[in-house]
Design a protein around this ligand. Sequence first.
Ligand code: ADP
Ligand code: MG
Length: 521
Amino acid sequence: MSADTAAVNLLEVRGLTKIFGSLKACDAVDLTIRKGEIHALLGENGAGKSTLVKMLFGSLEPYSGEIRWNGQPVKIANPNAARKLGIGMVFQHFSLFEALSAAENIALSLDDQTPISTIAAKAQALSYSYGLPLDPYSLVGDLSVGERQRIEIIRCLLQTPDLIILDEPTSVLTPQEADKLFETLERLRAEGKSILYISHRLEEVKRMCDAATVMRHGKVVAHCDPRQETAASLARMMVGSEVHAVVRAPIEGIETAEALLEVRNLSRKPATPFSMPLKNISLNVRAGEVIGIAGVAGNGQGEFFEAVSGEAMQLEAGTVRIRGQDAGKLSITGRRLLGAAFVPEERLGHGAAPRMKLSENLFLSRYATDSKAFLGPGGVVKESAIDAATQRIVQEMDVRKSARDPEAAALSGGNLQKFIIGRELDRRPTVMVVNQPTWGVDAGAAAKIRQSLIELARSGSAVLVISQDLDELFEISDAISVMHNGELSRPLPRAEATLEKIGLLMGGAEPGHVDHGLESV
Ligand code: ADP
Ligand code: MG
């Protein structure tokens, strides 16, 4: 390489490959990061993004390929070696000790004997200069996810890296916290630092990044300038085919439609020291509408789903009503018999038994509610009816698989989720409650799932969707509520719900303030 390219290119990766068993998680990846740029690394779940950056940070060893740093070939044997070169990383999953303070956590990662008070002072100065205020003596256990991420970022900045890698940093943040992070990154860029930014949020990538590398199935499929692309063209590169936009026709006369799912003054004590109490939640979901529940993870969404689905029963029957009938003391099956369907967050184990075939999974979840269809006289299992229903669902939801009736575990995450949602839709439920419908699902499958939920509602059912993906909620919901600290805000009709209002509620703003104008907040 010439001296010129070394002057502008901080990092050059050529032919980098990583193999797990028989899977090429990274297949001859090329990547060039220039000095002072924010470079996006795009790709669907499982594309190989995390694997690639772990090799750059020395936490995975490449199978083959070359890494050049400032023009020089380097081997990055471990994260310490990466830090010494000037590569810092903010992880997708946090690696902090809850019982220690922010400063103590930072001290642990610096392998020298600097006194805590010095580290705390440095961390605080740095945090203010980058607009990420942080009290270095606060206990990590008391901090929000956004604040924990600040510690990770400050810990990384304290080592004055030239390249900062962030693996999906905004997936756990409110929109306002994400905006703060963008300001920080833009500041770092202005100082000449390079940033490798992993995200699947295309609007944010277009807004902030100077260059993008797109991966699919372990291979680089495109290098581009995201500012010259549209969200749709970026999605097409990631998926490899056209992603159909979800269509949502407006609904009329919803005020007078029948409430098919009613939650009335639902409270719940925490079942474990780590669960969130639910505080007097009330909500109606009417025939024809999709209601979305937004919220930062861990604010009671899981506890709410359990209470509505019957995984956790209530003491009073009237706290959950399905089609006008008290259901609070009914089991999951009891609630399903009233016409409700529930899709939990965890796909394997919870939504489907991994070692059972799709047809067996179908039978297991439906024999109680569809005994006429699947059981003959004397309890004989109607194999052909089960097989027909299985294939119908596969067809309807476009479930891609390698055998006619494989085990659930043999399907990719997105395809299994399409099957599970399809299995419930096939019952034509009058009430459908879904937790994280497209978590970790590729864009094509996600669009299919979202469209099918809207269509179910428009056919006269009540649909309730809990999701951490705000773009998803804005795409499918007729009204959006926010869960914060175990409380649920009044649903804001889609026309009134702005990203800013929902974001403020996610951060714990009083609903009254958000309703009555943002100036007062
Ligand atoms: P991304 O970050 O783009 O979602 P990953 O790099 O995490 O993708 O994963 C790429 C592929 O490698 C996936 O199919 C994943 O299941 C597989 N994979 C990742 N880490 C391991 C591992 N330690 N062992 C086996 N397979 C792995
Ligand atoms: Mg990843």
